[in-house]
Design a protein around this ligand. Structure first.
Ligand SMILES: [Zn+2]
Length: 278
């Protein structure tokens, strides 16, 4: 079990990656098909954990994540949360859960000396609109460029290159590095040579992103330990039951892949999951 309280007390770097719109079934099939070998090396037990997201589109999902509510297991009993806002006096919190005494995780980590940096992907992180400024404004600094966004077929390379530059800049202080991977968000038909988007093209987008995500994690953890958390913010419907898109309470949107692991020199490889079903 990951002890986030101890991790933050020891000022360990935290990498939080959201693979935007990535469905659980797509992530699992790509993994089992051998199309994401770099991620397979990092995932605890070599598998994605199936979870249910608290938000059906980018804004509410990330607000929930940064408020302490990560995707939950599809079962009544839940493991301790990784982080949680200070609760009312009557409620007890697991000792391994990092409790932040602030309105959100980013402000809470800042109180513990962390620099919080956002590498944006989809337009909810672009500051192009008032709503697109809500999430980036929660960080000390945020970075977004058009080439970080899904229409660019090499978006993950650009995002990872920039993330590594940031990590090097802050190599001597604790860093919370957030990356919203846009490649798995529509449009991704171009990864299979089509103008429309599908289950197959999202899998191809993930297979493309695998190399760069592997490079990011391998580079960060080659010299020191990091807590690495990866999940989707929500899924995407590609015509199932007549539904298309997100923002709907459909299984294709609610079921998301999740992984959390403490990895790097001097750490015992550990992680959340896969947890037993009850
Ligand atoms: Zn999203």
């Amino acid at each position: 079990m990951i002890d986030t309280t101890e991790i933050i007390k020891n000022r360990v770097g935290i990498l939080f990656v959201t693979l935007d719109s990535l469905r659980y079934d797509v992530a699992r099939a790509a993994l089992y098909g051998g199309r994401t070998p770099r991620l397979a090396e990092v995932l605890p037990g070599g598998v994605w954990e199936e979870r249910r997201t608290p938000g059906t589109f980018t804004l509410p999902a990330h607000i929930a994540f940064f408020s302490g509510f990560l995707p939950k297991l599809p079962q009544p009993v839940q493991p301790p949360r990784l982080w949680e806002c200070r609760p009312p006096a009557f409620k007890t919190v697991d000792a391994g859960t990092f409790v932040f005494d602030a309105p959100n995780l980013l402000a809470g980590l800042a109180q513990h000396g962390y620099r919080t940096v956002c590498i944006g992907g989809v337009t909810y992180f672009s500051r192009e609109t008032p709503l697109g400024s809500v999430l980036p404004a929660m960080f000390h600094e945020d970075h977004w460029r058009p080439e970080f966004c899904s229409p660019d077929a090499d978006s993950t390379r650009h995002q990872v290159d920039h993330a590594l530059t940031i990590a090097d800049k802050y190599r001597n202080r604790p860093l919370f590095l957030f990356v919203n991977v846009s490649a798995t968000h529509v449009p991704h038909g171009h990864y299979v040579g089509r103008s429309d988007d599908s289950w197959q093209s999202q899998a191809a987008a993930l297979a493309y992103a695998d190399e760069h995500l592997g490079r990011l994690i391998h580079t960060l953890t080659s010299t020191r330990s990091w807590l690495v958390i990866m999940c989707a913010d929500h899924g995407d419907a590609f015509g199932e039951d007549g539904y298309h898109g997100r923002g709907i309470a459909h299984p294709t949107v609610l079921n998301v892949p999740f992984a959390a692991t403490l990895t790097g020199p001097g750490t015992t490889l550990t992680g959340h999951g896969p947890s037993p079903r009850h």
